[in-house]
Ligand binder design. Structure first.
Ligand SMILES: Nc1ncnc2c1ncn2[C@@H]1O[C@H](COP(=O)(O)OS(=O)(=O)O)[C@@H](OP(=O)(O)O)[C@H]1O
Length: 329
């Protein structure tokens, strides 16, 4: 549509010299032609620093070198980490980014839930530049529980590969609560939020911390659009106890060479979690930030047991659907 109305000199691939003199204003005005030169992706607060230069000269130079080398187009993601919240999604993305054939957005774009009205071009403009053969990825854990997400992702591409990091739903709920508590210290106790009626023991399934853990129910929604072979389930527990093992499965699923191995990880005693010996684009060791691996409050063991009983049938259904026993029961 854009090409039909563009002057002839813009329609053809511009010669390198033409790009060199192109004003950055024009580059910005025609993002559909120069989408590899659009806004910086440094719109996150996760310390995922893969921002590109925002200097005007550098913009021009980067467009020039991209064109000269034929490199660097922003593409829609071919694979998504869709959940689950507090499952270990940040760890998985950070570990995957070590792979030379993976490029990922640092921030959570929330395109298929909150920002869908912005359109696919907006979404693509958030993506990092990739070379042919590299995979573009992002992670937004709320997609897994968003009713409209499967149809929307299917409409983008029915071939999109989906990854879900799952974790014991009881620990996940407590982790979710711990995060909320860190932002709003005045909220009621976990125990009181768990029940609709504590005396009868009726669980409040409308509380999102509980609702998100009913994995079988959410998965049903995805299976209306995607076949099981297009969805990979990563164990959040194994991602901590054996990160290289889980990363092996993920690389196979994505059709990537197994480059990330146990040599990339070390166990950091202080953090209590595996960390990277070298982060993407750096030579320094890298652990996830303070908000990952928080200490959870002690929860009344009777309430924990009640939740275990509540989730058991849903977990069984989930094991059956995925053909994998995650060992939570
Ligand atoms: N290597 C490593 N380092 C630190 N933390 C790790 C790691 N691997 C998995 N985890 C677990 O990830 C949990 C947070 O999950 P998410 O990143 O999916 O959370 S979020 O939904 O994006 O907020 C986080 O949950 P909490 O322990 O409750 O903080 C961690 O248990």
């Amino acid at each position: 549509g854009h090409c039909a109305t563009a002057p002839a000199h813009e329609r053809a691939a511009p010669p390198v010299a033409a790009v060199a003199v192109a004003s950055s204003a024009r580059l910005r005005a025609r993002p559909e032609l120069y989408y590899y030169d659009s806004a910086s992706e440094n719109n996150n607060n996760n310390n995922d620093n893969n921002a590109e230069s925002d200097g005007e000269m550098e913009r021009g130079a980067s467009a020039l070198s991209s064109l000269a080398s034929g490199a660097g187009f922003r593409r829609l993601p071919q694979a998504l980490i869709i959940g689950v919240k507090k499952g270990g999604t940040r760890a998985l993305l950070e570990f995957l980014r070590v792979h030379p054939d993976v490029r990922a957005v640092g921030a959570e774009p929330h395109f298929f839930d909150r920002n869908y009205q912005n359109g696919l071009q907006w979404y693509r403009d958030l993506m990092p530049k990739t070379l042919e053969g590299q995979i573009t990825m992002e992670k937004t854990p709320s997609y897994f529980v968003t009713r409209e997400a499967p149809a929307r992702i299917y409409a983008m591409s029915r071939d999109t590969k989906l990854i879900v990091v799952v974790r014991d739903p009881v620990t996940r709920a407590i982790s979710d609560y711990t995060q909320t508590l860190s932002k709003k210290p005045d909220i009621p106790s976990f125990e009181s939020l768990t029940f609709k009626n504590r005396t009868t023991g009726l669980i409040d399934t409308s509380w999102s911390a509980i609702q998100i853990g009913i994995y079988a129910k959410h998965l049903d929604n995805w299976l209306q659009y995607f076949p099981m072979r297009q969805i990979l389930f990563v164990s959040g527990e194994r991602l901590i106890s054996d990160p290289a093992g889980e990363l092996g499965r993920v690389q196979d699923f994505l059709g990537l060479k197994r480059i990330i191995t146990d040599k990339h990880f070390y166990f950091n005693q202080t953090k209590g979690f595996p960390c990277l010996k070298k982060a993407e684009g750096s030579s320094k060791p890298h652990c996830l930030g303070k908000t990952k691996g928080r200490t959870h409050p002690n929860i009344d063991p009777e309430v924990v047991q009640r939740l275990r009983d509540f989730y058991r049938p849903f977990n069984m259904k989930f094991y059956q659907m995925t053909g994998h026993n995650f060992g939570w029961d």
